[in-house]
Unconditional design. Structure first.
Length: 170
C-alpha cells in the first residue's frame, strides 16, 4: 500500500518507524537504534539480563529482512533453546502487529526454527553447541551470536561464522 511504501522509505533513516508500524508499537531503545543503523561489520553488545540484547537484535534483523530482498539472517546460540528465545520473541511481536500478515509466508519450528518472508528473505535460529562446522553450507548477510560467552570454541565458531557471510548489506 502507499502507507507501506512511506513507512519503509522513512525506516531506512529511523528503524523505529518500521518497528512501531509493523511490530505493534515496538520502539528501539536509543542504544538499540544505534545498533540497528551501525555501519561497522562487527558489533559486540555487553548488557545485563533483560537489557534488550536479544529482542533488539531480533527486531532489527526482522526489519532488515523485510526491507531488503533475499536478506538472510541467522541467530546462533550455545543451545537450540537459547536460540529459539529470539524466534519466539520475534513471532510474538510479529503476530500482534502487521508484520506477520504483511511479510511472513512460512513459519516452522522443525528441523530448526525458521521464518520465511515474501521477498525471499529468511531468519534461521540454530545452535553452535555441538559443532559449528555444520553451518558451513549456509550463506547469509548477518549472523548474530547470542550468549557467546558460554561457547567453549569461541575462536573457531567466530572464524567459521565469518566465512559464511556473503557481504550483502542493507
Amino acid at each position: 500500500t502507499s502507507a507501506d511504501v512511506e513507512v519503509i522509505g522513512l525506516a531506512r533513516a529511523d528503524g523505529s518507524i518500521f518497528s512501531q508500524y509493523y511490530f505493534n508499537g515496538f520502539v528501539f531503545q536509543p542504544w538499540q537504534k544505534l545498533f540497528h543503523h551501525a555501519a561497522q561489520p562487527n558489533i559486540t553488545i555487553i548488557g545485563g539480563v533483560g537489557s534488550g540484547k536479544t529482542m533488539g537484535s531480533g527486531i532489527s534483523a526482522a526489519t532488515w529482512c523485510a526491507m531488503v530482498e533475499h536478506f538472510h539472517f541467522m541467530n546462533v546460540a550455545p543451545t537450540s533453546w537459547q536460540s529459539s528465545l529470539m524466534y519466539d520473541a520475534i513471532l510474538q511481536w510479529a503476530e500482534t502487529g502487521l508484520y506477520a500478515s504483511k511479510f511472513v509466508t512460512r513459519i516452522a519450528r522443525k528441523p530448526y526454527p525458521i521464518i520465511e518472508l515474501y521477498n525471499g528473505s529468511t531468519m534461521r535460529f540454530m545452535t553452535a553447541q555441538d559443532d559449528i562446522s555444520r553451518l558451513r553450507g549456509w550463506e547469509g548477510d548477518w549472523m548474530h551470536g547470542d550468549e557467546f560467552g558460554f561457547i567453549d570454541t569461541l575462536r573457531m565458531t567466530c572464524a567459521i561464522m565469518r566465512t559464511r557471510l556473503r557481504g550483502k548489506t542493507p
